[in-house]
Design a protein around this ligand. Structure first.
Ligand code: ATP
Length: 234
């Protein structure tokens, strides 16, 4: 579904990505972990064309997308839920969700997708007219993920959805991500919460200093001494 190779990008003279290689297969749930400043957000933003790459290839659904504009990428079903949620805080929950349904396909499936969002996040159905900015951090994160689902994702990319959430809410958000995978959506999750992300995802990658330094399945990584020592806190 997604294949990234030799990807390089940065900000001005600062090179952040130094030849990133990784893949996400259809139906898979992949996580990408790494310490602060490793380049995780930059990688996601480069894939979504929010940052211009200096080298490398991004293939999505069998086609190269690295030269395309952001809206063309969204149209193909690569949907990025950014770090920090970026909701329209003066608008209601429903208005925020509807803004996710802006492609032709998403407009057609608006009703169906809204039902899916309400099934996954019953609280949003109850609070559909609440102003998004007045909701708790966890609920706002749910709105952000639900807005992503309104865009008909083939691949849903989530950048640190647990940021600022309590352990309990983080657990809830992770459970919902599993359910989203259960609906047939391919998921790429970026997390600083390494232990939970690795335990949840089918496969994970570790990004360090702009390069992938380790890759493995859940079972492989949970027993990997190098990873345990550096990221998993035992
Ligand atoms: P975090 O978990 O802190 O978000 P990260 O792994 O996502 O970390 P990035 O946000 O991609 O890391 O940052 C990688 C490097 O790029 C860091 O050195 C950071 O200071 C720098 N950087 C990030 N955004 C910008 C920007 N807009 N302009 C200049 N430098 C940036």
């Amino acid at each position: 579904m997604l294949a990234v190779s030799g990807l390089q990008a940065g900000y001005g003279n600062l090179q952040v990505l130094r030849g990133v290689e990784f893949t996400v297969k259809k139906g898979e749930f992949v996580s990408l972990i790494g310490s602060n400043g490793a380049g995780k957000t930059t990688l996601l933003r480069t894939i979504s064309a929010l940052i211009k790459r200096s080298a490398g290839v991004v293939e999505f659904d069998g086609e190269r997308i690295e030269g395309l504009a952001q809206d063309a990428i969204v149209k193909r079903g690569l949907i990025h839920v950014p770090e920090g949620r970026k909701l329209f805080s003066d608008m209601s929950v429903l208005e925020n969700l509807e803004l996710g349904a802006y492609t032709k396909e998403a407009r057609k499936k608006k009703k169906e997708n809204l039902e899916l969002c309400y099934e996954l996040f019953p609280i949003l159905k109850e609070r559909v007219h609440q102003i998004a900015g007045t909701m708790s951090g966890g609920q706002q994160q749910m709105v952000a993920i639900a807005r992503g689902l309104m865009s008909c994702p083939k691949l849903l990319i989530l950048d640190e959805p647990s940021i600022g959430l309590s352990p309990l809410l983080t657990k809830q958000v992770f459970e919902i991500i599993e359910q989203i995978k259960g609906k047939g959506v391919t998921v790429l999750l970026v997390e600083q919460n390494a232990k939970q992300a690795v335990a949840l995802a089918d496969r994970s990658y570790v990004l360090e200093n702009g390069r992938i330094v380790l890759e493995g399945t859940r079972e492989e990584l949970l027993h990997n001494d190098q990873l345990k020592a550096a990221y998993l806190g035992h």
